[in-house]
Design a protein around this ligand. Structure first.
Ligand SMILES: *Cc1c(COP(=O)(O)O)cnc(C)c1O
Ligand code: SF4
Length: 350
């Protein structure tokens, strides 16, 4: 087992490479190459912004970018821009470090533990709140997973396991199958949740082995996809989503509200309606976590609330995601509407 040491490294296994692993090896790994691939000026890329968080995107996903359009909503999410050099933001905006129970295991909310199951992703999203996460400090080998299981088994107050990362579906099918079969033997665990961008970025990741692991897992599995714009959805993803549902997974989506990507009611409505077509429930619309290098994506809370009000007039109630922000130290994600009324209350007090 080779441990991922940087967000771009992919877990190696002794199994013959499945297509998705081959696709990751062939992925685009520089802004220059990306600009060439999508036919935009190389000036759109800013190499100095790539040094601590390199560009990474599989060709399959990059081919969903409109050729020749520097403002394309997918391109903007993955090209390292000069705006990343602007000031503002912090390196650990959501207090991950203070929430660590043990390496790679975060506990912020009642009944739920989040496992940083992998340091690798299939794509590097420029707005990622974990773009500075110290993945290399985490032992992600089999012993690390066993240590998580030991902690989980000893604490019956844990009822939901959240696999996150990085992207937990960069982990091999063998490892996931082993882990979920161990989890199945722990009665206090009532749900397993997997937060992943892989099915949309590289639909080939939804392999027959993964599907049978899901079918065999005793607890309900929630797959929280991460899709920010309807243009990310292609025919292979549509198949993959259907297969995941047939394997018994409940599909949810979380998106991040991003200036210049999806901060228009039309694109939010389009995304919600496409998700509902595929029986994927819009779950969260996150306000950007103020991470260093990504502040140019920020949308103000007032603007965000206004957009969601407009969205509510356009789609069914169950197509409206909860607009939230993660605030370090709070017991849950915070709805933006609550945040603004707290502000009003504070102003009245003074
Ligand atoms: C967001 C998050 C969760 C999940 O929160 P839900 O509101 O249940 O989706 C769990 N643990 C951590 C550390 C999180 O950041
Ligand atoms: S947002 Fe998710 S998929 Fe994108 S870089 Fe961050 S952890 Fe990886």
């Amino acid at each position: 087992m080779i441990l991922p040491t940087t967000p771009s490294s992919v877990e190696a296994t002794s199994a013959p490479p499945a297509d998705w692993q081959e696709a990751l090896r062939r992925a685009i790994r520089s802004g220059r190459e990306l600009c060439e691939f999508v036919g935009v000026s190389p000036k759109v890329a800013f190499p100095a912004s790539e040094s601590d968080f390199p560009v990474l995107v599989p060709r399959e996903f990059a081919s969903r970018i409109r050729r020749g359009d520097p403002n394309d909503p997918i391109l903007r999410q993955i090209v390292a821009a000069s705006a990343e050099q602007a000031s503002g933001g912090t390196r650990d905006p959501v207090g991950d470090e203070q929430a660590a129970l043990q390496p790679g295991m975060l506990r912020k909310y009642q009944g739920r533990v989040l496992l940083v199951a992998s340091g690798a992703c299939a794509v590097h999203c420029r707005y990622c709140f974990r773009r500075h996460f110290p993945y290399q400090q985490i032992s992600l080998g089999r012993a690390g997973w066993q240590a998580w299981l030991d902690t989980i088994a000893a604490d019956p107050s844990i009822e939901e396991i959240i696999l996150s990362g990085g992207d937990p579906l960069t982990v091999s099918d063998r490892r996931l199958s082993w882990f979920l079969s161990e989890i199945a033997q722990l009665p206090p665990i009532r749900r397993v949740r997997i937060h992943t961008r892989l099915p949309v970025v590289l639909p080939a990741r939804v392999t027959p082995d993964l599907l049978s692991t899901f079918e065999e897992t005793a607890q309900p599995i929630y797959v929280v996809l991460h899709i920010n714009h309807a243009q990310e959805i292609g025919p292979q993803f549509i198949d993959a989503a259907q297969q995941l549902r047939r394997a018994g997974a409940t599909l949810l989506n979380q998106a991040v509200l991003l200036r210049g990507v999806n901060d228009q009611v039309d694109s939010l409505a389009d995304l919600s309606l496409r998700l509902l077509d595929l029986q994927i429930q819009p779950y969260y619309l996150h306000q950007l976590d103020p991470v260093e290098g990504a502040m140019h994506f920020d949308v103000s809370d007032h603007q965000a609330l206004h957009l969601v009000r407009q969205l509510r007039e356009r789609v069914p109630g169950y197509g409206v995601p909860q607009l939230v922000r993660e605030i370090a130290g709070r017991a849950s994600k915070t709805p933006i509407a609550d945040l603004l009324s707290e502000e009003v209350a504070n102003e009245l007090r003074y």
